[in-house]
Design a binder for this molecule. Structure first.
Ligand code: NDP
Ligand code: GDR
Length: 360
């Protein structure tokens, strides 16, 4: 029997990689997309367009539906219609800084949205049939109280996003313990890719390095340069989501590389990929990243990118995932991740440049 998976947040970075992964495994993939005034399906178009071309009359293996985590009747109807074997709840207002501007919406989507989905499973009588993965996060650790962070490290979230995800974590665990549901939390540390949203720091840096290298951008403005993060590759991380739902027991797992670097060092790696060596001058708000060859200031700090409360350092301990799921946390080291992202963004920047020249 073909397995059916429902992915919320399918148009996002992780949703697009997960959809590819599950289609490859022979799943029938169902995804929820939001109505928007412009197209929001760029990351997944290749999946259904290729499929349509391949066999116009065959039953499509990927199906998309309009929906929203704030609309419980919609979620109930979709779960009832699809009767999925597995649900991956990836939909979220996922930007930490934006959650300070949209705290209520973030709670509605990320916290109550998760409850709505769990309730939809129960209302449809599928609590013994449907397995659910909840996209939990290292932001739960926030002001860290143990280094590195593992499944037993206490939480201390530092943003409306982190607090909303804390509710989602516990409600998932509570439904597992109360109703015997196969409901699990993947506590994923930062993971990036060439499909990462452009306002997250890694992608902002790789895009800027590419554009600066071809003379299309003057400077890069960043917030806290000293933040430390445990950065992995999104493509490796979606495999874990699936592995967790194939495991015999419903359990929560930390997914991380076990290594951390600073935002500053990520900048150095990205600029090095485009042939620019960066050195640093000044301190605090006056720190500047300077091109060693030309002496030009390429990176400056802008306080508007600081958060009201910052998460200074995150470092995960992936031992449990390694041992129990057989997952390799060091498949893509951060140096390799930077190479993938910069190579992609260089091509993109050159294409933007060509298009602009055509209209000049
Ligand atoms: P993205 O921001 O790239 O994708 C978020 C997805 O959620 C998009 O498809 C978005 O739709 C959708 N979405 C947002 N709001 C709603 C809503 N109200 N109803 C329905 N769909 C909605 O995030 P990522 O792919 O990076 O992350 C996936 C999940 O994993 C998120 O829950 C995130 O919080 C969590 N996470 C991510 C980590 C990371 O480092 N990437 C680490 C740990 C956890 P649209 O495209 O229309 O905006
Ligand atoms: P994060 O990712 O908040 O960890 O959340 P982000 O890339 O936004 O920030 C990482 C660190 O870099 C610092 N920083 C900047 N951040 C942004 N966005 N823009 C800047 O200009 C900038 N300058 C410095 C930040 O202060 C922070 O310390 C991501 C999201 O994917 C969440 O959904 C997910 O849960 C966590 O990762 C794990």
């Amino acid at each position: 029997m073909t397995k059916k998976a429902l992915i919320t947040g399918i148009t996002g970075q992780d949703g697009s990689f997960l959809a590819e992964f599950l289609l490859e495994k022979g799943y029938e993939v169902h995804g929820i997309i939001r109505r928007s005034s412009s197209f929001n399906t760029e990351r997944i178009e290749h999946l259904y367009i290729e499929e349509l071309i391949r066999d116009l009359h065959a039953k499509r293996k990927i199906q998309l539906y309009y929906g929203d985590m704030t609309d419980s009747s919609n979620l109930i109807r979709l779960v009832q219609k699809i009767r999925p074997d597995e649900i991956y709840n990836l939909a979220a207002q996922s930007h930490v800084k934006v959650s300070f501007d949209l705290p209520e919406y973030t709670a509605e989507t990320d916290a109550v949205g998760t409850l709505r989905l769990l309730e939809a499973i129960r209302i449809c009588g599928l609590e013994k049939h449907t397995r659910i993965y909840q996209a939990s996060t290292s932001e739960l650790y926030g002001k860290v109280r143990e280094i590195p962070q593992s499944e037993s490290t206490p939480f201390y979230p530092r943003s409306p996003y982190g607090v909303a995800k804390m509710y989602a974590f516990w409600i998932t665990k509570n439904y597992r313990e109360s109703y015997g549901m196969f409901a699990v939390n993947g506590i994923l540390f930062n993971h990036e890719s060439e499909r990462r949203g452009e306002t997250f720091v890694t992608r902002k840096i790789t895009l800027a390095a590419a554009r600066i290298a071809i003379g299309k951008q003057e400077k890069l403005y960043l917030g806290n340069l000293d933040s430390l993060r445990d950065w992995g590759y999104a493509k490796d991380y979606v495999e874990c989501m699936w592995l967790m739902l194939q495991h015999d027991e419903p359990e929560d797992f930390v997914i991380a590389t076990g290594k951390q670097i600073s935002v500053k060092y990520f900048c150095e790696l990205a600029f090095k990929e485009v042939g620019i060596e960066i050195y640093w001058e000044g301190s605090g708000l006056d720190q500047k990243g300077v091109d060693k060859k030309s002496g030009k200031v390429l990176i400056e700090v802008d306080s508007k990118y600081f958060r009201p409360a910052e998460v200074e350092t995150l470092l995960g301990n992936p031992e449990k995932a390694k041992k129990v799921l057989g997952w390799n946390p060091n498949n893509t080291p951060v140096e390799e991740l930077v190479k993938i992202m910069v190579a992609h963004d260089l091509k993109l920047a050159k294409r933007e440049f060509t298009i602009k020249q055509a209209f000049d």
